[in-house]
Design a protein around this ligand. Sequence first.
Ligand code: UT7
Length: 329
Amino acid sequence: MSRPYAQFSGTGRSIPSKILTNHDFSKMGLETSHEWIIERTGIAERHIAQDGETTCGMAAGAAREAMQRARVQPDEVDVIILSTATPDRLLPATAVDVQAELGASRASAFDLSAACSGWLYGLNVGEGLILNGTAETVLVIGAEKMSAIVDWTDRSTCVVFGDGAGAAILQKSRNNRGILSSYMRSDGTLADLLFRPAGGASLPMSEAVLADRSHLVRMAGREVFKAAVRSMSEAADRALEAANLTGHDIDMMIPHQANVRIIEATAKHADIPMDKVYVNVDRFGNTSSASIPIALDEAMERGQIGEGATVLMVTFGAGFTWASMVVRF
Ligand code: UT7
């Protein structure tokens, strides 16, 4: 009998309806242009949550869709892992609000903080809980309201991020499908290249913090870009090696959607042609840890990931953190 795997039984997504185009930034008085943003990032538009649209609400919407596709009832969920850099409140975890909204009364629920890499980190944790017998059904969500933490006066960050949520149900399988290999790394010596300097316990909110906007995201874009290409390329190699595969065996690569130039460089390194790479950064921008589950759900819905397809997911984010995973669907 083959070894057990943690497999994907259903995916879902929830996207706010309001769209902000590149042209809208110019109308808002920001010194930028559609041409600059498209050329440097590949982003044409992003979805932005409106008043009343919360990280919890988007997470629950994506979760409901994933549960429905997996034919899982709320009381069958054992664990809810919510990856987010934008929790609705700092205490308690937003995952417990999601639990309450879903009515997942038997579940334990917690937030996971690994920035854009968080959803793959969460899948790793979920796989571990399934394989060690702690859980049978794990809901892994990536949900982000980046619009709440970006500095709308900083053209080098506010144009790249967007809001949304994606989710998947993980369950045990013995049919050789599921997570074949995974890889996770962090380098905290580079934390200050992409961070929110204040607003946490070390430098709580104050008038001075508000005045210098240091509670909002700051990013050294060019350094982050270089590290992203390097780290995502390395992560792709490691997960492929661990699964005893090469880029040629991959039916679809689903990379973190931060910048189309990072995606192209990673795909080239892994020897995966762009027609096998899922790209939606043009429509959503960088939705941090929601980006891979949103892209995966779109690809599933469009029938681009058939039964038995081998998929490489690879990501990079603040921390720095980076991760990759090979999955057979
Ligand atoms: O989610 C994981 C983490 N995030 C990422 O992976 C993002 C990685 N970084 C990037 O995608 C890119 O670095 C950015 C899109 C953020 C920036 O693109 P870049 O090509 O690295 O530009 P840059 O920061 O080196 O800036 C080049 C110029 C600067 O002007 P000067 O100093 O050359 O006069 C910027 O001020 O472009 C200017 N600039 C802009 N111009 C028009 C920066 N942002 C904008 C803008 N519109 N929105």
